[in-house]
Write a protein that binds this ligand. Sequence first.
Ligand code: DGT
Ligand code: CA
Ligand code: CA
Ligand code: ZN
Length: 590
Amino acid sequence: MLDKFAIARSLRELGTLLELEGENPFKVRAYENGARAVEALEDLGARVEAGRLTEVPGIGEALAKKIAELHRTGRLELLERLRAKHPPGILELLQVPDLGPKKIAALHAALGIGTVAELEAACRDGRVRTVKGFGEKTEDRILEGLGRMRARAAERQVLLVDALAAGAALLAHLRADPAAEEVALAGSTRRGKETVGDLDVVAASRDAAALAARLVAYPLVARTIARGGTKTSVELASGLQVDLRVVPPEDFATLLHHLTGSKPHHVKLRGIARERGFTLSEWGLHRLPPGAASAGAAQEGRPDPAAKVPIASEAELYAALGLQPVPPELREDTGEIEAARAGALPVDLVRLEDVRGMVHCHTTWSDGRASVEEMARAAEALGMEYLTITDHSPTASYAGGLDPDRLRRQWDEIARVQEKVKVRLLRGTESDILEDGALDFPDRILEQLDVVVASVHSRMKMDEDAMTRRLVRCMSLPVFKIWGHALGRLLLDRPSFACRVDEVLDALAASRGAVEVNGDPRRLELEPRWLRAATARGIPVVLSVDAHSVQNLGFLGNAVTVARRGWVRRGQVLNTRPVEEFRRAVRPVS
Ligand code: DGT
Ligand code: CA
Ligand code: CA
Ligand code: ZN
């Protein structure tokens, strides 16, 4: 008999193995959905017995049978058969960068490599290079990839969007408890950090034990790590750790603030508190006894409750320290405290509701999943004033890039759809930045477009000099207007490519181009420190979704978060402007 988490793992494994068999993606996704549904069940055993699995959304007849078989026997005929066809460590091997099913099969056939450990040993002994289609370079790349994989596993970081999704579901569960007065996410997730280590949750309640019990009873909890009076830590089925702290309502604001961090931000705040005769800690803000401040004595343990300063909100806390309120996204000790002290913190950071147009959208004309009309209607439903259609350019053939002829036919379709929708459709392209720094369409075509997003998709391993020259050359073109997913990183997967960013930003400023903040959860760049370097040069910003489906339009929120972390103000964002103003600002002409 398997428990629900083991069953979910088996379903995921089955999905991956079927994918290797060439099974269609919808079916493969059904296994992932099924796995999630099973994990979230509170009464798996009872449902199996009563034959009531199919009442669960995401579980159909076929899946229900497999789940029941796994539950009863701990085995699944189909799964065993597929496992026997592949090396034992196939799932792990598929995680190795640069290694696909074909290469894995070749290595298995030639060298009997079946696990990651065997793969590593074979690379180190120089045996992999003896296999047809593999070389010394491949060996190095595999070893490098294994190193990255290990570093990632050690860090146990997850993407912000995954943390937010897990957090939203958990918060709903905790808030449903009658003892919960307030529940909020804190930590790096609240600060909007691109990847996070765990979920920090703060609750206000008179009954800490009730909330701790409710957390432990959350269906997705795989194990309890620690259980104390006001602190409880658990691990979710996904491997994500959750730290819950419960305090009485009057301490909620200061604890939320404390657990939001970051640590360096707090270290500085504590210094300011002492200067002003207070001590700031996880217990809240307390008045120091006279003389204690000048003595500079670091306080240990819980301060005298009688000296507590009542604080009802984070804004009140900052005010008590003589500071402007600092939004969570800015709390990284990168100058925000000094600015807040001088009253120079921007108060008009861009917000989601400021954005009027969806930028950087793909459709079925290239590698998107939705048609022009579907994207248009979805953007309209979201209250957007405009939408830029930017499918891939000819060189991006792997992504269905459009040649000039198909591009013209796309314009016809855009015109037809425009007659049916109110949202304004802008014609564009995501043009590859070619190896020599040229764009991927002739100028006479680019000039007929409203929007050109220019991005690097290939040859990312150039050396720093060559890449810097490539970008600077491209940006010097009069038709260059928007720098797409700037440094090509993929979070938890691929680092930014090498280039001298300051030099490139200088070139971008000189050409009066804009930089994109890409909302794809795996990209989230240009990253905050470079965004600040960009706006300091007067470079405007475009908030992009890089959408390949209707659902991806939701990526806008991610772009807004990154922009805020980069101190980007509303007035610096081109797609907060009305459509004609936006068009004038990005038109690809000299
Ligand atoms: P993460 O989880 O690695 O993505 O980053 P954080 O910032 O969420 O860090 P975490 O979960 O270790 O702690 C959450 C917050 O709690 C942190 O931002 C500040 C606060 N905190 C944690 N440990 C300490 C500490 O030893 N001293 C101080 N002052 N604050 C701490
Ligand atoms: Ca955390
Ligand atoms: Ca934590
Ligand atoms: Zn792209």
